[in-house]
Design a protein around this ligand. Structure first.
Ligand code: ATP
Ligand code: MG
Length: 399
């Protein structure tokens, strides 16, 4: 059993000692069976949220309406969710009603895919009524029960199916995929926030190219904000080695370049992406498109910083079909070579300038002189030394 499970055993034991059932469920059980690293363990229990709260001294009601309590424990924080069934789905997303139940099987049955519907008890024994382990061995994504019904209940499951193709390198079961294609228009009802979460996981998965092909083939792209009219541009992804990219911002970057999106900010705002991420992607794309190549411009490298430069160089390498690692090394070296990495390292301040030119009043000239000095230091035209800079400024008539 993975160490993360053993660390969480006291939670399971405490719930069982109080007379209820508790199991590991969901992604962690699936990932441990595929040999992947697991990062968080989810626990499902027959105890109601109130009963869970009575067992542990420290809890937080993170999603109590859906049955989820966060248990704060010495070994970590754990989401403990009451067995539940869902009913309603009158709007093709999220259930109208959540019912807490005492049966593990019913809880597993409401889960999306068989590989995600496996429970593991404290001894590592699997409770697997829908043959999820077999599906994992066959590397197959198949819905629990009738796919038409399951996708109609919650359209996001279609997006999840494709993100698992990307993350796990699994294939879609043919019936599941045929049904997905029939129901893809139900994506219309899904909130952008949920789509974004799954789409970014899809982009980051190692089988992202194959998954993007399915996004196109199934017409799911049509329901991704802003992608509707870009089928042929999206198909170009196939021609590039996007698997070399490492960060989601880089993948967004290459998509935006291939789609030739003019107003990137408004495009990404429609995805309800946090402004911080939008800004980073904007900088990356700007550098990717910069001619001549941005690394020739030390001032630009200084201003944008190493992280943005690495992402931009990576995207550019993929677009030019060259090696990403080489491109990153080149950025690392260029950055290391910069004489200074931040304004505070410049051996000149605005105060210095005003002291040097005691007869001049503060004004726009200060900023201009600072900028020129920064550029000169970066280009190696003057040493980053106060006396040297003073001399250089007067010879250039900058003060
Ligand atoms: P990850 O490793 O990315 O967290 P995950 O499978 O754990 O993948 P979560 O979104 O954390 O995904 O969901 C946890 C579990 O809840 C899933 O394994 C699945 O059993 C169930 N689940 C999540 N979303 C849905 C859904 N839309 N419909 C049905 N079951 C779902
Ligand atoms: Mg999870």
């Amino acid at each position: 059993m993975d160490q993360l499970f053993t660390e969480a055993l006291p939670i399971i034991t405490a719930i069982e000692d109080a007379g209820y059932e508790a199991y590991f469920v969901g992604g962690s059980v699936r990932d441990s069976l595929t040999g992947r690293m697991i990062n968080d363990v989810d626990i499902a229990t027959s105890a109601t949220p109130e009963e869970v709260k009575a067992i542990f001294p420290k809890t937080v009601d993170v999603g109590i309406a859906h049955g989820t309590i966060l248990v704060l424990h010495d070994s970590g924080n754990y989401e403990v969710t009451t067995f539940r069934t869902e009913s309603g789905y009158s709007d093709f997303r999220r259930p109208d009603e959540v019912n807490f139940v005492r049966s593990l099987r019913e809880d597993l049955q409401r889960r999306d895919f068989t590989m995600n519907a496996i429970a593991m008890d404290r001894n590592g024994k699997l409770i697997d009524p829908f043959y999820g382990k077999e599906a994992i061995q066959k590397k197959e994504i198949v819905t629990v029960g009738n796919p038409d019904e399951r996708f109609t209940e919650d359209g996001l499951r279609m997006m999840r199916a494709l993100r698992f193709v990307s993350q796990l390198r699994f294939e879609l079961n043919p019936d599941t995929y045929a049904s997905l294609k029939r129901h893809v228009r139900l994506m219309e009802h899904i909130s952008v926030e949920r789509i974004l979460g799954e789409f970014e996981k899809l982009l980051l998965g190692m089988n992202r190219k194959k998954s993007m092909e399915l996004v196109i083939d199934s017409a799911l792209y049509y329901y991704l904000p802003g992608f509707k009219t870009y089928k042929s541009q999206l198909a170009q992804v196939k021609a590039y080695d996007i698997e070399q990219l490492n960060a989601k911002e880089e993948l967004w970057g290459i998509l935006l370049v291939l789609l030739d999106i003019e107003n990137i900010e408004s495009f990404l705002r429609n995805w309800k992406m946090p402004m911080k991420n939008i800004r980073f992607i904007l900088s990356v794309v700007r550098l990717v498109k910069q001619e001549p190549y941005f690394l020739q411009d030390k001032l630009l490298l200084f201003k944008e910083g190493e992280k943005t430069a690495i992402s931009a160089a990576s995207v550019r390498a993929v677009l030019e079909n060259t090696d990403v690692q080489d491109a990153i090394r080149t950025v690392n070296e260029a950055y290391k070579d910069l004489k200074i990495k931040s304004m505070s390292e410049l051996a000149l301040t605005g105060h210095d300038l005003l002291a040097f030119a005691s007869d001049r009043k503060p004004g726009p000239w200060v900023k201009e002189a600072m900028d020129s000095t920064l550029q000169a230091v970066l280009m190696g035209k003057v040493k980053n030394d106060k006396a040297a800079i003073k001399e250089w400024l007067s010879t250039c008539n900058l003060m």
